[in-house]
Design a protein around this ligand. Structure first.
Ligand SMILES: Nc1ncnc2c1ncn2[C@@H]1O[C@H](COP(=O)(O)OP(=O)(O)OP(=O)(O)O)[C@@H](O)[C@H]1O
Ligand SMILES: [Mg+2]
Length: 285
């Protein structure tokens, strides 16, 4: 099966005088989980929006496989296999779980089944087969008939993840996918993400929960003040002096604060702040 990698080259995004993303290049290869960490205001969400097409860059390129998708709309990207999950699950609340997934499965099909005689019916049958497969593999078959709007957070997040899988992604962009999950749900979720990557999907995981990121990713990028300050294997990034100093200044990034950051992000410690304990990074995998 041939799948596409996602690459960003020299991306720049400015808001007035503030450069939220400054010459960021990133590789999100197939079959791997790539993490993106950084303190509040580092530029993670802005970069994510440039990759999904929600925002347009002031410079640089986004490539899906060999194709330049920099100016492509989010919908067009998702039909070509670049699929995202949303922090607030993007489900139709009045539809059942099964129907929500069917909509996602059929949207991807439209691209190549549309219009051709006979293919439409087969397209629907095949979309239903995809929904069956995803529901089974995520062990969600028992809530297929549940109305999405009535589900608790943990189940909603899994259904949102299922929705993304039904679009048969080459690249899956996950924005804070584990927020609101309890420890058991987070473990289940991490195992699922690993299985999807093992199937050959390229995954980008953006999360405040740095313990989760370090525990599950193959490689990680750390951003501060709009720039990538460290990249590589989790062990390398975890021990990077700039990353450590930011963590010491802030305390562990596990806090899910969404408060507005100072312009330009967080500065390294200046010796004035009181000493904080070393962040408790998990042991390497
Ligand atoms: N629409 C916007 N208009 C103006 N400034 C913005 C806009 N979006 C983001 N910014 C600024 O760009 C910088 C990067 O913000 P961004 O939301 O990308 O950071 P983040 O790493 O996702 O932070 P958080 O961890 O808090 O989610 C911040 O200084 C932010 O205030
Ligand atoms: Mg953000």
């Amino acid at each position: 099966m041939s799948r596409n990698d996602l690459r960003a080259r020299d991306l720049v995004r400015r808001y007035g005088g503030l450069t939220a993303v400054e010459n960021v290049s990133m590789d999100v290869p197939r079959g791997q989980i790539t993490g993106l960490i950084g303190p509040n205001g580092a530029g993670k969400s802005t970069l994510f929006s440039l990759l999904t097409g929600v925002e347009q860059p002031d410079g640089g390129k986004v490539l899906l496989g060999q194709r330049d998708i920099t100016r492509m709309s989010p919908d067009a990207r998702s039909r070509r296999g670049l699929v995202q999950t949303f922090q607030v699950p993007s489900l139709f609340p009045s539809l059942t779980v099964g129907d929500n997934l069917l909509v996602a499965a059929e949207n991807r099909r439209r691209d190549y089944a549309g219009g051709l005689l006979g293919l439409k019916a087969r397209g629907r049958a095949s979309a239903l087969a995809v929904v069956d497969e995803v529901l089974d593999s995520l062990e969600l078959a028992d809530i297929r008939g549940a109305v999405a709007g009535t589900l608790p957070t943990g189940a909603l997040r899994l259904v949102e993840f299922a929705r993304a899988l039904c679009a048969r992604p080459d690249v899956l962009l996950l924005d804070e996918p584990a927020s609101g999950l309890d420890a058991a749900e987070t473990d289940r979720f991490s195992a699922l993400v690993r299985r999807i990557a093992d199937d050959g999907v390229a995954i980008l995981l953006v999360d405040h929960d740095v313990d989760l990121v370090f525990a599950v990713v193959d490689q990680v990028y750390a951003m501060v003040g709009g720039r990538v300050v460290a990249e590589g294997a989790p062990d390398v990034v975890r021990n990077d002096p700039t990353v450590r100093s930011v963590y010491l200044a802030q305390g562990p990034l596990a806090s899910k604060s969404t408060s507005a950051p100072p312009p330009g992000g967080v500065s390294p410690p200046n010796g004035v702040s009181p000493p904080l304990p070393q962040p408790a990074f998990p042991a390497a995998r």
